[in-house]
Design a protein around this ligand. Sequence first.
Ligand code: MN3
Length: 200
Amino acid sequence: MAYQQPALPYAENALEPHISANTIGFHYGKHHATYVKNYNGLVEGTPFDAQSLEEVIRATAADAAKVGVFNNGAQAWNHTFYWNSLTPNGGGVPTGDLATKIDADFGSFDKFREELKNAAVTQFGSGWAWLVLDNGTLKVVKTGNAQTPITSGQTPLLCIDVWEHAYYLDYQNRRPDHVSAVIDNLLNWNFATENYLAAK
Ligand code: MN3
């Protein structure tokens, strides 16, 4: 049973002017779609075909012989999580329990914002920046390439894709400008709050 790429949760132009429809068209329609296609090709006819995407990612994370399955499966998962981490008219600050928790664990929202931006900007090469819940504590972490916090016992709340394909058409080499635009205008705090309340 092939894994289906979930629908984009908004129109391709919905994140403009911060991320263009052109970028989303390639990113969702080509990059993400290709990870899904490659993943399905690799698991077809294997026992992985009967397992959930998350189960396969966890089962292959430490298996060098299954690196292709892991890379494509984890990228399929990470991208779906990323699309949900963004929303038109997002950004701003969270409210309620998550806001209280961010203040408790980072000191203030501004300190959290600085830490998230720093992680996204300093991830060397391709990868991701995440807000996660780790053993009851909120943390900012970064992962390289296809690596994902779900194999480390952490619960992701939000993520930012910092592969060049996420921003190069719109920002070229200016990754910091892209990251600031995402944090301040697109982060989906309702999604993060749902993930936090389900995990805490
Ligand atoms: Mn990407």
